[in-house]
Write a protein that binds this ligand. Structure first.
Ligand code: SME
Length: 150
């Protein structure tokens, strides 16, 4: 069951990143653990650099490297400062198709002192792969990362 998988993953990630304050190192292992355990199509981070998102640590096929604020699912999650779940990416206005295999997506922002500093972006090759369970646990993982680096 998905929730059970996430629960054990949370414990695994907690142990994995304990004491590590380097954001890139933490993002790298979180992306790897999530991707490996959950079997997603694409799992990774974009960091806020100036006025755009820049590709960070990820697992999966090559992806676009720069995304403007408000553009695509990632840029929208950044602009809104909240998680965005898209059941069918073809129905999302302005969706950035890094891969034609991607069918659904979830993007969770990470904060530092109230500002979005990065987003966690996960893609699936299945339609409507993400629900409130994913949102709940992925937001918890992002809160763990924030605590490590602040
Ligand atoms: N589809 C995303 C772009 C990033 S790739 O999926 C990895 C978007 O619309 O923001």
């Amino acid at each position: 069951m998905k929730a059970e998988k996430y629960k054990s993953l949370l414990a695994q990630i907690g142990a994995l990143i304990e004491g590590e304050t380097d954001l890139i190192a933490v993002m790298s292992n979180v992306a790897a653990a999530l991707h490996q355990e959950m079997g997603f199509w694409w799992t990774g981070f974009y960091r806020v650099v100036g006025d755009q998102l820049v590709l960070g640590p990820f697992q999966g096929p090559v992806a676009c490297m720069h995304i403007a604020k408000g553009r695509g699912v990632c840029g929208t999650a950044w602009q809104r400062g909240e998680t965005v779940v898209v059941a069918d990416v073809e129905q999302f206005p302005g969706h950035i198709a890094c891969s034609s295999e991607s069918r659904s997506e979830i993007v969770v922002p990470l904060f530092d002192a109230g500002r979005v500093i990065a987003v966690l972006d996960i893609d699936s090759e299945r339609l409507a792969a993400f629900d409130d369970t994913d949102r709940h646990y992925l937001e918890q993982i992002c809160r763990m990362i924030e605590q490590n680096i602040s």
